[in-house]
Design a protein. Structure first.
Length: 255
């Protein structure tokens, strides 16, 4: 009888321990399944010094080796016997960008990418870039303080966000297509080598676009602007042509 009572008292404890063990085993199995699922659909592939992260059936340009000089980004990369489409440059909220502060001098992007995320090429050695006719947006400070010298924006671009080309002191030429609807604040700040610029009439303009720039002549087909707010201070700008015939000379205080 004594042994039976002892067994009866201990039995619930064993059941609790068993249940706990079972629960732990289930968590372990679930974790293993989730990890295997994650690694199965979130792997990395490296081609010619460029690392692509596979996310389900898409690939993202994730990193670039420091010794890469010319980066030819692929439109598709091989993975598990299939070809996965490259859809974007890394923009995951961590602040890490594959080409930011890199030594890459030339980049060629495929027509599967639609956006240049913020800070993508900031403070890099980039001198030349080929943008496909799929890019719709140039992000905030995207080329800030890079070595870019000439850039042709494709007809697909609709927005140029704040400071996109600011502090590009070697930028000499830029083509802005008529498709652009917005050019953000401080876009051409400190572009000392840039001398002239044509703004499409369809574009809404931010403030202080040319502050501290080397721009001397600018054509703005859209006459509905706040001239003082547009120019900012300390600009070398001397002539502004607005609409088709109106020409304004900027005073010394704006130089």
């Amino acid at each position: 009888m004594k042994n039976f009572l002892q067994f009866s008292a201990v039995t619930p404890l064993w059941f609790k321990l068993s249940n706990a063990k079972r629960l732990n085993a289930r968590w372990i199995l679930a974790s293993v399944f989730l990890l295997s699922f994650f690694f199965a659909y979130s792997q990395e592939v490296k081609v010619d010094g460029i690392t692509y992260k596979i996310d389900y059936d898409e690939a993202i340009v994730w990193a670039v080796d420091q010794d890469v000089v010319v980066a030819n980004v692929l439109d598709k990369v091989p993975y598990n016997g299939d070809m996965v489409e490259v859809v974007a440059l890394r923009d995951d909220g961590t602040g890490v960008r594959p080409f930011q502060r890199s030594s890459v001098r030339e980049v060629i992007l495929p027509n599967t990418i639609k956006k240049i995320p913020s800070f993508s090429f900031a403070e890099s050695s980039l001198r030349k870039i080929t943008l496909p006719n799929s890019i719709e947006e140039i992000g905030v400070w995207a080329f800030k303080d890079s070595k870019i010298r000439k850039i042709i924006l494709p007809n697909s671009v609709k927005r140029i966000e704040n400071g996109a080309f600011s502090h590009c002191t070697e930028l000499e030429e830029i083509y802005i297509p008529s498709s652009v609807k917005y050019i953000g604040d401080y876009t051409f700040v400190d572009t000392r080598a840039l001398r002239s610029l044509v703004i499409p009439k369809s574009a809404a303009l931010g403030k202080c676009l040319f502050m501290n720039s080397g721009i001397e002549d600018v054509l703005i087909p859209n006459g509905k602007i706040d001239l003082e707010e547009l120019v900012g201070s300390c600009s070398y700008l001397t002539n502004i042509k607005i609409a088709r015939s109106e020409e304004r000379r900027v005073g010394k205080e704006c130089r």
